[in-house]
Ligand binder design. Structure first.
Ligand code: GLU
Length: 278
């Protein structure tokens, strides 16, 4: 017969086992490489409302350049597209999703920054964008960041463009932070706010989506290097994802994917960037 302390102990052990099992696959593996090989499945964090980059389509699937990058990298790690679960992320929850193991990887217009590197790892960059402004098509006054004085500007919480506005333009600008960029687009279209600021490639997608109503100012004022976000200190994962990106650049898939997704918005397709392995 079991004594009471032993019963309590086994109940606790059972609970601990259940928690581990329910905690999501990412936590059980040291590297995304092991997760991909072990489970043959990956959960990848992407944006769901950014045309050309990461967009949830009416049938519930995802499309865009980030999605193509995610699929290519997953395939190189041994996971087929059908075995990827795409999970919507917004700018503010990407680090937390990786830290908590809610996703194995983030491919979501995610700029590599030193501050973020304290919480997560990055492979890449696989694209370089620049912060710009999106205004109504008939706005002739706002032609660059130097004209922001007194303007009502929208951006997204947890994004580098919002951070830059707070650091560099806080005195002259009224910043409204939304959860998603599409919420900002609605407010600019509705005339409540003067402009949306984020990366030019994202803005080009919205300008194309709302043909003739919105335009990108076209004076980028930052450098945004998009990386694939991984769990902090996953150096094995970083190396494998960098190898996958190098292959995507060299076999023509990168150019093809970019042209088919972002190219549709009229955004001119540049050369593949230099990988920054660290
Ligand atoms: N690339 C910038 C960032 O990572 C802006 C785009 C975004 O919010 O996803 O914050």
């Amino acid at each position: 017969m079991l004594t009471r302390p032993v019963l309590v102990l086994s109940a606790l052990t059972a609970l601990a086992l259940t928690v581990t099992a329910c905690g999501g696959g990412a936590q059980e593996y040291a590297s995304v490489v092991d997760k991909a090989q072990g489970d043959k499945k990956l959960v990848i964090g992407v944006k769901a409302d950014q045309p050309g980059l990461g967009l949830r389509t009416p049938d519930g699937s995802f499309a865009g350049f980030d999605i193509e990058v995610a699929k290519y990298v997953a395939k190189e790690l041994g996971v087929e597209a059908k075995d990827i679960t795409f999970k919507e992320t917004v700018s503010a929850n990407r680090e937390a999703f990786l830290q908590q193991g809610q996703v194995d990887m983030v491919v979501a217009t995610y700029s590599i920054t030193d501050a973020r590197k304290e919480k997560v790892s990055f492979a890449g960059p696989y694209f370089v964008a620049g912060q710009d402004l999106l205004v109504k098509a008939d706005d002739t006054a706002l032609t660059g960041p130097e004209q922001l004085n007194g303007k009502k500007l929208c951006s997204v919480a947890g994004s580098t463009p919002a951070q830059k506005v707070k650091e560099s333009y806080a005195k002259e600008v009224q910043l409204q932070e939304e959860r998603t960029y599409s919420a900002c687009v609605d407010r600019v279209l509705g005339g409540q706010l003067d402009a949306l600021t984020t990366d030019n490639v994202i803005l080009a997608g919205y300008a194309a989506q709302h043909g003739g109503k919105l335009k990108v100012v076209g004076k980028p004022f930052s450098t945004e290097k998009y990386g694939v976000g991984l769990k902090k200190d996953d150096s094995k994962g970083r190396q494998a994802v960098n190898d996958a990106l190098a292959k995507m650049f060299s076999d023509g898939s990168w150019q093809k994917a970019l042209q088919a997704s972002v190219g549709a918005s009229g955004f001119s397709v540049a050369q593949a960037p230099q990988l920054e392995r660290y």
